[in-house]
Design a protein around this ligand. Structure first.
Ligand SMILES: [Zn+2]
Length: 287
């Protein structure tokens, strides 16, 4: 079974864990680490002859166009992670359209491609019942699939820390049509009547590798590809400490940063991964 590997290309200081500790106005003054960290992933993928989907933040693409070109040259898929890393439901449709346009322009300019970006992932998996309007905006801009749903909500969007929400009431765990788009939710496993987002990010770093492995096998056993997600900063144990963040945010953000690379290497050795666009090529071709 071919699984999907997805990388959200952003700086460590853009993570939501730090949004109250690091002002957006300070982003340009902080040391850039995304280029080296993304290259770490590109090298790892090249070693294993694997390609992935890179959802690039427009802010990053504008500042590091050569990195975007390197990703494209490696045969990977380029998708959009928006421009300014704003949660969907904190934007108006017009603000979101402007953010999306700016990100697509930056990515296409950097990659030297025209119109090849067909996938989108929202910051913070912020596709909820309150932000479904975003799908129409995506569709109007040539996006054909979205991977912003973390299907962990049984009610009106699961509440996360800091008043954040994620998930859509009653949403399924697997690929489905949402409006005129395909939705490819990040992987969860069903356990004890709940969906657990086991295959990426903080969960990937928290859980032992054997559990992630078992989760992927279980999802494959249900007849579906796993959709794994990571960020370049998750492979960077030398990330500068963010003193102003709460102890809990720092703990969650920095947990096992020194283990991600070797875990990813093991997964790449054991399982087959590809970009979302290729894993779901039949679905995308049929729509
Ligand atoms: Zn992000």
């Amino acid at each position: 079974m071919l699984n999907a590997l997805t990388i959200d290309v952003e700086e460590y200081f853009q993570a939501h864990a730090f949004e109250n500790a690091i002002d957006r106005g300070a982003w340009d003054r902080l040391p850039a680490r995304v280029v080296e960290n993304t290259r770490r992933i590109l090298r790892l993928l090249a070693e294993h002859g694997t390609r992935a989907t890179f959802f690039v933040l427009g802010w990053v693409a504008e500042r590091h166009p050569a990195l975007v070109a390197e990703i494209a040259a490696g045969g990977h898929e380029l998708g959009s992670h928006g421009y300014a890393h704003q949660l969907l439901y904190r934007q108006t449709p017009a603000e979101f359209a402007a953010d999306l346009e700016r990100s697509l322009a930056a990515i296409r300019r950097a990659a030297g491609t025209d119109g090849a970006v067909v996938g989108y992932r929202a910051p913070g998996f912020s596709l909820t019942d309150d932000s479904l309007w975003a799908l129409d905006v995506l569709s109007a801009h040539g996006i054909r699939y979205d991977s912003s749903l973390q299907p962990v909500a049984d009610g009106r969007g699961a509440r996360l820390r800091g008043g954040k929400r994620t998930g859509i009431a009653g949403a399924g765990r697997f690929a489905t049509r949402l409006g005129t788009l395909w939705e490819f939710p990040v992987s969860t496993v069903r356990l004890g009547g709940r969906n657990w987002p086991v295959a990426g990010g903080g969960w990937f770093r928290l859980l032992p590798l054997w559990l992630t492995r078992r989760a992927i096998a279980r999802i494959n056993g249900e007849g579906h590809p796993a959709i794994v997600y990571l960020h370049p900063w998750e492979l960077d144990p030398e990330e500068p400490p963010v003193a102003a963040a709460s102890a809990l945010s720092r703990f969650r953000h920095r947990l096992n940063l020194d283990k991600t690379e070797s875990r990813l290497r093991s997964l790449l050795r054991e399982s087959a991964f590809a970009p979302l666009r290729e894993v779901y090529a039949p679905q995308l071709a049929a729509s």
